[in-house]
Design a protein around this ligand. Sequence first.
Ligand code: GLC
Length: 744
Amino acid sequence: MNKIIILAALSILGITACKTTVRQAPDNAEKNLNKRVDSVLVLMTLEEKIGQLNQFSGDGELTGPVALRPDLLKSIRDGKVGSMLNINGAEYTRKIQKIAVEQSRMKIPLIFGYDVIHGYKTIFPIPLGESASWDIEGVEKAARVAATEAAAAGQHWTFAPMVDIARDPRWGRVMEGSGEDPYLGSRLAEARVRGFQGTDLSDKTTILACAKHYAGYGNAQAGRDYYTTDISENSLREIYLPPFKAAAEAGVATFMSAFNDLNGIPATGNKYLIHDILKTEWAYKGMVVSDWGSISEMIIHGIAGNNYEAGDLAFNAGVDMDMEGSVYLTELPNLLKNSKITTAQIDESVRRVLRLKFMLGLFDDPYRYCNTDYEKKTLLKPEFLNAARDAARKSFVLLKNDKQVLPLNPAVKSVALIGPAADAANDMIGNWSGRGEGKDVITLKKELETRLGAGKVIYARGAGFNDGEKSGFAAALAAARRADVIIAAFGEAGMMSGESMSRADIGIPGVQEELILELAKLGKPMVLVLFNGRPLILTKVNATVPAILDAWIPGTMAGPALCDVLFGDYNPSGKLPITFPYALGQIPIFYDHKNSGRPGSQDQKYKSRYLDIPNDPLYPFGYGLSYTQFAYNNLNLNASIFTGDKPLEIRVDVKNTGLVAGTETVQLYIRDLVGSVTRPVKELKGFKKLILKAGEVQTISFTVTKEDLSFYNRNNIWGAEPGKFTVFVGTNSQNTIEAGFELK
Ligand code: GLC
């Protein structure tokens, strides 16, 4: 009987897969899609509708505190589950899907979701590292690869990109995002959405993306995860919302509401944030899922007395689906009965869920993503591994290279490889590494021995990542004394960043720094290859170690990518997406700060300063060296008075003044000198990557519109204000050349 219901509904509509996306559905496809959705909705009971708004995790990989564990399969059979997360593999997802599609009354397929954050099986650099590439195309390609692998393994939906702006490196989840800047964060959010979703969600290489964690999660006080956020309306609009808006405009299929208490109201129950801004002001048509258990956590926040009140807050705020909370299952019927919510609201949320299932093509073929042969052929394909290697080497940031220690001579006679990260496969894939495995990682040690021959590599671990053990120092120093060159592989273990991994002290952990400094005392050519999920305090090692290469958490192809850069096969081109503080006490520190009324420096009394440290960071936003050098000249604007009726043209000559080809990321910043609110001393408004041969000069042009000069003014109205502006162009946020214009 039931099968007939679905078939009847589908045949009425001439069912075909929806070649559309959440945002750009052309009218007829949109109308057709809505008709199909309504044809199913009309057949559903209230319990079945509410079931679609419920998401449970599989038992295999819990990614949050375990809520009640109902009989999952019975719940699916009873039509009480719309989506599952953490169910992996073509075979396993097929098994679970069969229960929904063949044993429930409505036979509505499940959506399977998973945290595909920086790769599914082939692991790419962590997003913060990938963001250091400033390579929009490359980032999109990485997401494309991740989606292709995930879809082959039965996934329909990734809980990515994480687009939280973060300016406090103590926060562990800074590793998951794109750093401190709204403009760079927005461009990267768009690229990741495009990469995951492609242009047709029914294609078997595309998956739904999810902009998370909406919103302000990265502003956690004291850098402690899940902690309170207090953000002015102006900062919310100027700093934290832009990447979410960019993701929405790029057509992201879903949003995830955040854990944090935002200005007194948890994001998951924040009607202003979800209903007013996202679903009304931005007219967002996608689906909003809560973060894990964040609905019932509003009881712990102290804004709901029980699940009934928490469900009321969340559902009326606009959260459509309840992840691992079981709140909606139990409370929506009562809320409806008590007229706290309406049937129309429930139908609207169910529509948002069903639309996605149609777009994915799941009503045509619920098993389209469950092909084990295709899965085997797809995971870890050589071209995916090559893409991961390319992404990794583009992510590395050369922080220091005194005496041209780098690139190393491939004919070097002996290399001492020291440190806990040298051969730590699991630490190369880090947190949120999906189904990635250490066994597939090529470590720096493995690759060095392959390239140089094991006889030339003198390896000594020297120290652990985070223990106080110094017994390995002697052997490490002995190894270093015997070698021509020292490669020091130190930093954070892969799981020292990520969710609930905040650190109060962001130095190089344990006794590693002590060993690094001892190694530097030997006075040999030495490079510190740093592995980190966040900015670290490097001030001491920076003072004595001649070369420092930031490798972040580089992924499956760590070793090959590192050797490509260390031996000069690839000239490093990364630029910091986040400031590296000079000292912990500077946090939060970021480049687009306000001027204050007393800007100054350490030696100036009655100025904004510290007595004991400089105001400047160790390494600023946008910083990164190359094996060559670039010079900026002839910055000129096509007008000194800008009326806004046509774009302002900005041109600059960039010359490679060194001896080898290199890639430079030319950065454009703007300062609004006087506004109805105080304005940042610089704001990134554009960037361009260019490859220059030795001696080559290129003229780069940017255009600036009135929209680029707009901001939320004193009344939180968006717009540009007449007045003087300064344009800065350069190689990082501190090293620029400038010119002025006036907006009339
Ligand atoms: C976690 C994370 C979120 C993730 C979700 C599912 O708690 O906060 O980013 O997508 O649960 O694993």
